[in-house]
Design a protein around this ligand. Sequence first.
Ligand code: ZN
Length: 235
Amino acid sequence: MYQDSVGHWYCSFVVPTRVRPLPETGRVLGVDWGVRQTATTTSSAHDLPHAEHGRKAQARLTRYDRMMARRRPRKGQAASKGYHEAKKWRAKTYAKIARQRRDTGRKWAKKAVTDHDAIAVEDFRPKFLARSSMARKAADAAIGATKKALIEMGRKHGRDIRLVHPAHTTMDCASCGARTKHALPLSERTYTCTACGAVSPRDKNSARVMLVRAGLNPAGAEGVRPPGAPLPEAA
Ligand SMILES: [Zn+2]
């Protein structure tokens, strides 16, 4: 028990979940979230392609939405059996997609956490704007599920998970820290630093910026190339 400056008493509780520590690896990981690839990391073995769960399921969701719209009851009338059915199918499909996302996120998080002592990750907060596309919404939901899984898995195994503010992470050079004057257009997949000459795939640069921002030593990560070295084949 302790008392704060205004005289309120507080209790602190021990979190009941037991931490199951994993062997130290001496390695760190930087993670950048994205649409084409859910996670682009400083290690090529830990990138997570967008699973597109339910591309088919997404199409089904749209179909049920339309069915519900068509079967929507008029004002003052009870909803039809068909409407309730469409609503039930929609909820089922939605739950299935969410479950698949969680499973994929957990599998990936387990591997990332097992292979690294500390992980710097973009603190991405999906907005789910009404005007964003279905693909964007699906990608954001995948990122949300994966980030949550990573934080939980890190806590469970006593790993150091550091959340990094996402501002300017695509504009900074991971090698020298210089910031470009303008944000790179999304179509530009390569980051070229005008200050130090470093060239790297855009998302890989961002993943490495996460490490630097989180105060982790990039020497503990792979995928680090000296400026001027040839660009690896784009994945
Ligand atoms: Zn640079």
